[in-house]
Design a protein around this ligand. Sequence first.
Ligand code: AOF
Ligand code: ZN
Length: 369
Amino acid sequence: MSDETYMNAALSIARRGLGQTWPNPSVGCVIVRTDSTHSTIVGRGWTQPGGRPHAEPIALGEAGEAARGATTYVSLEPCAHYGQTAPCTKSLIEAGVSRVVSAMEDPDPRVAGRGHRQLEEAGIDVTIGVGAAAAMRANAGHVSRIRRGRPHVQLKLAVSGNGMIGGAGRTSVRITGPEAGRAVHMMRAEADAIMVGIGTVLSDDPVLTCRLAGIEHRSPVRVVADSRLRTPLSSRLIQTVGTVPVWILVSEAVSDDETRPYLDAGVEIIRVPEDTSNVISLPFALAALAARGITRLMVEGGAGLAAALFRGNLVDEAVIFDAPETHIAEGTKALAGLDLDTVLGHDRYRLIEDRAIGPDRKRVFWRES
Ligand code: AOF
Ligand code: ZN
């Protein structure tokens, strides 16, 4: 089988760690032995919850002696630095692998090409760039946090047949079917944090956890953009803070007296400077999340926050669920003043996925610049 096939396997197991490894990327590693007649996968590993151990030592451990002379496929350049563990390059060299196929260079300044170089200097045959486009997407959170100091922002919108994302007066209505609903919970599992605006908290009282059977433990940190600290202490978010963390982004103008009951309840309050419209500045808010280690941020509403992110050119990935069969007579227009088709039709966005999902349609747009 080809390099691409094994790299796809590495990329697909890397996905298992998405949302679990922050501030580290989730990397996949597959070790393959080839003899005269066929190839066999002798070791597999992915980055473990919390970011360590890294993928490579896990795969090497599974392969044992079979790693000697084998080829290793990794979805990100192996690390070259002494952190809390020894560098993966050292483990690969000591295990005697003869070839490493790596999807892309790691932008972390502690690695940045050094990993590949160390392997080559040890006489290992190194191929870089196999599956690079898919790896850029899988590692987008890590790359964004390292290069731009903010998380990768994935915006999810469910849009009715007549272009609405909610009922009149911001009330909550079901738009998509159960299949799309499950896809959204999977997206939550793969996010480090999920953010909504205060409007959504006040109208929907959402819980924002991942409730797919078997992966409930993969719920992301729940974040509210709430400049004036209006999240009700009685909201389901605050009531469940003991189970899954809640961080509230508030303006620097909010007083300690106001924040105290939230802190007492176990909420983390993050103070963010205001922008010219007297609400928290989104670039500062994203930087504060990245500083706390968040690499992948999913945004689930509402219209105001979505529009503000688009206006600031801060949406890296837009996942749109279209529900053609749902018609909402009086509702909230998808983007509060911005036309979604115009925004996503811009050259900046490329449609990378388009498929039916139950009675609905899922489209994924990726920002190219
Ligand atoms: C790998 N394999 O599975 C991952 C890597 O804090 P440390 O020592 O765990 O290092 C974190 C850095 O290691 C992180 O910023 C990224 O550059 C790299 N992640 N590297 O070889 C892995 N998760
Ligand atoms: Zn490593």
